[in-house]
Ligand binder design. Structure first.
Ligand code: PBG
Ligand code: ZN
Length: 324
């Protein structure tokens, strides 16, 4: 290691051009995935109170948003559905005419080039708001697998480029892989929310997706915040079951997990900068307490630097504009 005064790190920080040469981590709009919330109807664009700039939209408006994202070079969108009907088994989840399935078909018909990813989970479709089937107040893991497989298959049939299970049931990647392969969708990749933590940062999302559990919480299936080795076991299990891409969620408070997953598996690693991370930056910026654009870029760069190959973020559009 060279020493002062021979080595002066500041020498390479003096001008913007020198700093650009030194830049170790880059962020490209193609690495960003924009979450969208789709509901029935047409011409619908309902703002989500806790997430400035985020809307629940009908399919037609969703196509407009996706086209905007595409024009900015954003890599893809991930779709969440708000169905018109919820029941105990979440049966609308595999309705081929549900909002997500219709949106996928509309995006494909519009010849959208960006990736169309679908979130596969039951909590938006069940009347109790849990991510699987409830039996005596507990989520029944194995009984939930079949429902998730049906939902994923319905998304694949609609034309989804990638399906992304976010439920955290054990064995769901294998169940989905087998269901897809059985119907000729062996080419459809699975992006697993492999290490998804039970997090307070999901608050604003549950308003956006109308998916708050009516009773209890998700600690019985999502991971406990203090654990890191367990996250690695979750990731390896999902890889073993056939996951093509793995994800860590939330992102900012779990940068160490992102780094471990990337380094130890070498798999394509995504990170989800969740609703609460977004809302906190927006809220502080609205009060003038931080420079919103600057903190947005710094938060995304930090997630990339930790090892994420791609980032799911509500900032996708704004970040792509800032990078443009
Ligand atoms: C559904 C799901 C959630 C998120 C993505 N998929 C919420 C949850 O598990 O409660 C959170 C996304 C966010 O907060 O932005 N299982
Ligand atoms: Zn869920």
């Amino acid at each position: 290691m060279p020493r002062f005064p021979e080595y002066r790190p500041r020498r390479m920080r003096r001008t913007a051009a020198l700093r650009a040469l030194m830049q170790e981590t880059r962020l490209d709009p193609a690495q960003l995935i924009w979450p969208l919330f789709v509901r029935p109807g047409s011409g619908v664009r309902e703002p989500v109170g806790s997430m400035p700039g985020v809307f629940q939209t009908s399919v037609d408006e969703c196509v407009k948003d996706a086209e905007r994202a595409q024009a900015l070079g954003v890599g893809g969108v991930i779709l969440f559905g708000i169905p018109s009907h919820k029941d105990a088994t979440g049966s609308s989840a595999w309705d081929d005419d549900g909002p997500v399935q219709q949106a996928v078909r509309a995006l494909k018909a519009a010849n959208t080039r960006l990736l169309v990813i679908t979130d596969v989970c039951m909590c938006e479709y069940t009347d109790h708001g849990h991510c699987g089937l409830l039996h005596d107040g507990e989520v029944d893991n194995d009984a939930s697998l079949e429902l998730l497989a049906r939902e994923a298959l319905s998304h694949a049939r609609a034309g989804a480029d990638i399906v992304a299970p976010s439920d955290m049931m054990d064995g769901r990647v294998r169940a989905i892989r087998e269901a897809l392969d059985g119907e000729g969708f062996d080419h459809t990749p699975i992006l697993s929310y492999a290490a998804k933590y039970a997090s307070g940062y999901y608050g604003p999302f549950r308003e956006a997706a109308e998916s708050t559990p009516k009773s209890g919480d998700r600690r019985g299936y999502q991971m406990d915040a203090p654990n890191s080795d367990e996250a690695m076991r979750e990731v390896w299990l999902d890889i073993d079951e056939g996951a093509d891409l793995v994800m860590v969620k939330p992102a900012g408070p779990y940068l160490d997990i992102i780094r471990r997953v990337k380094t130890e598996t070498g798999y394509p690693t995504g990170a989800y900068q969740v609703s609460g991370e977004f809302a906190m930056i927006k809220a502080a910026a609205e009060r003038g307490w931080i420079d919103g654009e600057r903190v947005m870029m710094e938060s995304l760069m930090g997630i990339r630097r930790a090892g994420a190959d791609f980032i799911l973020t509500y900032f996708a559009i704004e970040a792509a504009q800032a990078l443009g």
